[in-house]
Ligand binder design. Structure first.
Ligand code: HEM
Length: 457
């Protein structure tokens, strides 16, 4: 008989679906008790879960070419993302990744720093002392505006709210589908399905507008969209079809803002609960920036700012798992895996594993000093995934988050609004279930003394 990895007891019909649906984050923590390679029952199907960095490495790197994205994920995402980078596989994915990759070279993304800072300043311009701000929505609108500007050279300030709602509807639907063994087909004309397609339609029109405008002008604006439209595969000289450009544009738009927005939201929350960390962050910002806006050149010196973000993404990794479906046999953790089996990488569980992060629930950015970070096993911390499918936008996201945090924290302190209940919830990304209302108060950055020989005016 085939050996199977240990699993929690489940209902004879639905397996562990109730625990998974009720609180998937907690379930991810509980599954660690069943070993470095565990399993669970998703209805009649067995899912496998990796709870050790070495196994994550084996799965995402060593066996990368023996796995694909899962059929369930593709089915759920296809109506919105098509065959973009996130959902494609094999040679097609390889070709697309090669075409899109240059748009994320350090030199390219460095050019976006100014936009990021300018839009962050703009986002807080109307804040008033003592005002309550829905910081989750504010961060979402801000990161959406940034991705639209950097990708498409478009300003979505006016549409950000509407587009945000559409993204929300889509994510809610996808999340529910991923929690169901047999989701209701999308063609069934329920009000939910109609709402989903209306939201997809709204986003399609937005993305198509950007593409049409650019095709008409034929201008090379030097942004991601120009690169997509001009992208040539060095091997065969082929350009992307309209459909591919649309799929990649939607994928980058979708993957490129909500994740960073939730990372920012959790960071504001954690800072409000750890004033000693906030004070240290302010000290760094004042010392490095002395009251002026941050620039690309400041990034290497904003080390604590980056440590705060890394620690925040440890506790609340926006993508809390990655999942693979086996396409060719291999052994992992002493078990045989065959095509069709689904393996989940437990990012959330590993990030809170006491073997690698003592006192794991404590927020402590010192874990990410360069020396401490070096001591961490590879794949104990990996908010951007790993192997060939590692997040293409990881450097973009880190740069953006660091600049947004530096720009805003320098001038504002945020405190949780009275009565705000904070509970993380999986909704594709890890989001605060009840939103995040915070009270904003202006702060005066301490200006560093003028260097010797310079006159202070
Ligand atoms: C804090 C922010 C972000 C986090 C935590 C994050 C996380 C991730 C993770 C974990 C994956 C791997 C998924 C897998 O292996 O199945 C991924 C893939 C991807 N991400 Fe991100 N991401 C972030 C920001 C961004 C940004 C800013 C962009 C684009 C501008 C982006 C675009 C993508 C794309 C296109 C993929 C698919 C790459 C491929 O399969 O080749 N992400 N992301």
């Amino acid at each position: 008989m085939q050996r199977v990895p240990p699993a929690p007891k489940g209902h004879f019909l639905v397996g562990n679906i109730p625990e998974f649906s009720k609180d998937s984050l907690n379930f991810m923590l509980e599954l660690r008790a069943y070993g470095d390679l565990a399993s669970f029952m998703f209805g009649p199907y067995r899912g496998y879960i990796t709870n050790h960095p070495d196994l994550v490495h084996e799965l995402l790197v060593t066996h990368a070419d023996k796995t694909h994205k899962t059929r369930g994920l593709k089915r759920a995402l296809a109506p919105i993302l098509g065959a973009g980078l996130f959902t494609s596989d094999g040679d097609f994915w390889k070709r697309q990744r090669k075409l899109v990759q240059p748009a994320f070279h350090t030199k390219r993304i460095g050019a976006y720093a100014e936009t990021m800072v300018e839009y962050a300043q703009d986002a807080v311009r109307d804040w008033r002392a003592g005002e309550t701000v829905e910081i989750d929505l504010a961060m979402n609108a801000l990161t959406m505006r940034i991705i639209a500007k950097t990708l498409f050279d478009a300003d979505v300030n006016a549409e950000a709210h509407e587009a945000g709602e559409a993204v929300d509807t889509v994510l809610e639907d996808i999340n529910q589908r991923l929690n169901q063994v047999v989701p209701l087909p999308r063609w069934v004309p329920t009000s939910k399905n109609r709402r989903f397609y209306a939201a997809v339609d709204r986003l399609n029109r937005l993305i198509q507008r950007f593409i049409d405008e650019r095709r008409t002008s034929g201008e090379d604006k030097g942004d991601l969209l120009s690169m997509l439209l001009m992208a040539q595969d060095a091997d065969d000289g082929g350009v992307m079809t309209d459909k591919q450009v649309r799929d990649e544009a939607m994928t980058l738009f979708g993957a490129g803002h909500e994740t960073t927005a939730v990372a920012m939201t959790w960071t504001w929350y954690l800072l409000s609960q750890h004033l000693e960390v906030e004070a240290k962050l302010h000290a760094e910002l004042d010392a490095v920036l002395a009251g002026r806006a941050p620039t690309l050149a400041d990034l290497p010196r904003l080390t604590y700012t980056e440590m705060v973000l890394k620690e925040s993404m440890r506790l609340y990794p926006p993508a809390f798992t990655v999942t693979r479906e086996v396409t060719a046999p291999f052994t992992l953790g002493g078990y045989d895996f065959k095509p069709g089996m689904v393996i989940i990488v437990n990012i959330y569980g590993l990030h809170r594993d006491a073997r690698f992060f003592p006192d794991p629930d404590r927020f402590d950015p010192e874990r990410f000093t360069p020396e401490n970070e070096k001591r961490l096993p590879k794949y104990a911390y990996f908010p951007f995934g790993g192997g060939p499918r590692i997040c293409i936008g990881n450097a973009f996201a880190m740069m953006e988050a660091t600049l947004l945090l530096a720009t805003i924290a320098q001038r504002w302190t945020l405190r949780l609004a009275p009565g705000q209940v904070v509970e993380p919830q999986r909704r594709f990304t890890i989001r605060p279930k009840y939103g995040m209302r915070m009270i904003v108060e202006p702060r005066q950055p301490a200006l560093a003394p003028a260097p010797a020989g310079e006159m202070a005016v």
